[in-house]
Every structure is written in structure tokens, then in C-alpha cells.
Design a protein around this ligand. Sequence first.
Ligand code: CDP
Ligand code: ZN
Length: 162
Amino acid sequence: MVGIGYDIHRLVEKRPLYLGGVKIDYPLGLLGHSDGDVLLHAICDALLGAANLGDIGLHFPPEDKKYKDIPSLKLLKKVGEFLRNSGFFVKNIDAVVIAEKPKILPYIKEMKKNIAHTLSMHPEDISIKGKTNEGIGEIGENKAIAAFAVCEIGRIYDSLER
Ligand code: CDP
Ligand code: ZN
């Protein structure tokens, strides 16, 4: 089964920038109830979508105070547990971060390590790419960062049968 996830957050002052669970040294950060990690949110939604388990807002309502400023790696860990409890394992993830700035290339290795560790996957099964919006629209003006993610999951009993 495959899943798709998308997310977008505003880039604002006085917020730390977290992408893929990595704190990136940058003067702006992503606005959001949690730490605003748009990449991890897109991945959560791709995983939940593949398993037909709803979406991130359903499992972690933004109005719930216990999720305020929560590290999104904790949300991703819970999503991984939901999938496992429903009999699924994650085969691979592919994601793209659309950000005019900063360049994410230097941080991708650490992002993959964080995600792999959190989901008990191999980093080689996780792909993350950066893309600018070529200066077009709000993302191009560096007012927001968006992310898309897709994943493939399998049923655990299928893997045991092989
Ligand atoms: O050349 P093209 O239009 O396909 O890509 P781009 O948006 O101009 O970005 C060039 C390269 O910079 C990408 O292939 C990524 O490797 C890198 N990049 C990045 O690391 N972080 C970003 N926020 C945007 C781009
Ligand atoms: Zn989000």
C-alpha cells in the first residue's frame, strides 16, 4: 500500500526551525502548535494515509494543550506504533521539502538518521530532497515551507510468509 502526505507552515521570527527532527540554525522558524516540523508532519500523514488510519489532526488535535511545542519526532514515533499495532511495517519513504531558504542539503543525513531511528527503519530506505520554489508565490518569498511525502507499507504477516 502507498500513502501521500502534504503540509505547509508559515516561516516567522522568534521560532526555532525544525526540519526532519534537526534543529537548523536559521533566523526564522515554522509557526505551529507543535514544533512546526513540516517534513515530519507530511511523513506522518503519508504513513497514516497508507494504513487508512486518518490523519495527524485526527490523532493529535491542535487544540489539545498536551501537543503544544511537542517535538514532532514524538508524534512520528506514535504514528509508527499505530501502524505496527495495525499490522503494518514501513518499506520506504520519499519526501521533498519546498523551501526557498535555507538549503537543507547539509542536514539531510541527520534527518534520515532521526526518522530511521524513530521508525526502526534503515536510513537507506528514506529519501529526502530539497527544492526551491524558484522565487514564485509565498513559498518563493520565504513566507512558508511546504513538504510532500509518499511511502510504501506492507502487512507484517506478508513479510513473515516469505
Ligand atoms: O535546479 P532545480 O530547479 O531542480 O532545483 P532548485 O530548487 O534550484 O534547487 C537546487 C538544489 O538545491 C536541489 O536539487 C537541492 O539539492 C538543493 N536544495 C536544498 O538543499 N534545499 C532547499 N531548500 C532547496 C534546494
Ligand atoms: Zn504541520
